[in-house]
Design a protein around this ligand. Structure first.
Ligand SMILES: Cc1ncc(COP(=O)(O)O)c(C=O)c1O
Length: 447
């Protein structure tokens, strides 16, 4: 920063340092970029450079795509790239079986299909999730049962799952939101106790671990997404992990028009299914990234821990809690809660605006899924009324309350995974930006 510091800036810097000490903030190496005036009020950006862009493209990715192209075997039924990726991902995740599919939604849909979930069945899902978790349930005309959120972890409130279980419950589908594991000890125990399969929506959580084991491999099945924003991506794509051979075979059949068994040498028994196959281009591209992927996982994990050590010292900023069983988070998202009471009552929208002005991309995350019209209209859906009857659908709507989640949706702030691939200095500058905003919250409220 070449800017000459005026007196006000200087005093501001001193008070920033004082504030850091007062709140026990570790000494940050901001160098000469310290300036306590927020960018939204005309000061320089706390983060003047850019975060790593996503996706990352290397020569090996280009080669993999060209290889698939020139092989003239573009589909998995002809080529080898998808099968090689499945083998590599299976080994990386420690699952006994890995089936590559066209998307994370397809992976969940395949699991639902192989379990023959249909009208009259209940599926338990968290309310704090991407709409795909809900969609795969209603696509099968099953009834989604929302469970509220543990506001501290952003994960499904595992202690409230049991009260949502009924004789109709056919699947419990926890989501490892943001790439951090849900409370799997409680969830797996409930699955065992009630003999209900657990299908983990691990779409955001490739390589996350619960007590040293990769999530997605602990329930009956786990779904991973390789959509554009994800930590490992082929634009679109997904994988289904399982340790159950019979289930793996059913999944393979389902994703392949129900027409072929897992082993092409065995006679096939036609079953329900569709085409959810991955292409050789996707398989090749994913395979090419496998070498750098574990290193990126660790990079995010280390940076997230460092960022948490900085942010947790700032009053009103509450990084999402990791459960005691978490040995690794994939940090697809870095999530925290913003308490406006510590920021002179400044609304979250202004906080987000001010943070963006500092050069820190951020969002407020999910809305209240259970209250979206698209979801509440299910109670009026003609097929649902026919299957479940008016009373059940009316009760379903009335029970559809998740107060902790309502609160969380008002307080959440997200950073994306690629920001965590930045440097320590990037992390420090995030913390600095928030401190500046906190100090000037009164002025920012008026801006
Ligand atoms: C929690 C969750 N579930 C399911 C999906 C669906 O994955 P895809 O977009 O690959 O279909 C996503 C991806 O966005 C997700 O975040």
């Amino acid at each position: 920063m070449n800017k000459k510091l005026d007196r006000r800036d200087f005093i501001g810097n001193l008070s920033m340092a004082g504030a850091s000490l007062a709140i026990g903030m570790p000494q940050l190496s901001f160098g000469t970029t310290i300036n306590d005036k927020p960018a939204l009020l005309g000061g320089p950006k706390a983060h003047p450079t850019s975060f790593p862009s996503w996706p990352i493209v290397e020569k090996s990715d280009e080669n993999a795509l060209l290889e698939a192209l020139q092989s003239k075997k573009w589909g998995r039924l002809n080529g080898q790239a998808v099968a090689s990726f499945e083998e590599a991902y299976k080994n990386l995740s420690g699952a006994k079986h890995c089936l590559a599919v066209s998307s994370g939604t397809s992976a969940l849909y395949t699991a639902m299909g192989a379990l023959d979930i249909g009208p009259g069945d209940d599926v338990i899902i968290p309310v704090y999730t991407f709409v795909a978790t809900y969609n795969v349930v209603v696509l099968n005309y099953a009834l989604p049962r929302f469970v509220d959120t543990d506001i501290e972890s952003f994960q499904i409130e595992a202690n409230q799952i049991e009260q949502a279980i009924s004789p109709q419950t056919k699947v419990i589908m926890p989501v490892h939101i943001g790439g951090s594991p849900a409370d799997l000890d409680t969830i797996l125990e409930l699955g065992k106790k009630h003999d209900i399969p657990i299908v983990e929506d691990a779409c955001q959580a490739p390589m996350a671990e619960w007590r040293g084991e990769k999530v997605g491999t602990l329930g009956l099945a786990g779904a991973i997404s390789f959509q554009s924003s994800k930590n490992l991506t082929s634009g679109e794509g997904g994988a289904l992990l399982t340790n159950d051979k019979e289930f793996a075979e059913s999944c393979y059949d389902f994703h392949n028009q129900g027409r072929y068994t897992f082993d092409p040498n065995e006679p096939y028994s036609p079953t329900r299914g569709t085409n959810l196959r991955m292409t050789e281009f996707q398989g090749g591209l994913l395979l090419a990234q496998m070498k750098r992927f574990p290193q990126q996982v660790n990079h995010r994990w280390d940076n997230a821990a460092f960022l948490t050590s900085l942010l947790k010292e700032i009053p009103g900023i509450r990084p999402a809690k990791l459960y005691e069983g978490v040995t690794k988070s994939a940090y697809h998202l870095y999530m925290f809660r913003y308490d406006k009471r510590e920021f002179q009552g400044m609304d979250r929208s202004k906080f987000l605006e001010a943070l963006r002005a500092e050069g820190i991309p951020c969002s407020g995350g999910y809305g209240m899924l259970n209250k979206e019209k698209y979801v509440t209209d299910l109670a009026k859906n003609k097929h649902y009324l026919k299957i479940y009857g008016e009373k059940t659908m009316k009760d379903w709507l009335e029970q559809n309350h998740c107060p902790q989640n309502d609160q969380l949706c008002k307080e959440a702030v997200w950073f994306s995974q690629s920001m965590l691939l930045g440097t320590r200095k990037d992390m420090e500058q995030i913390a600095q930006a928030i401190q500046k905003i906190m100090k000037y919250a009164g002025d920012l409220k008026k801006a």
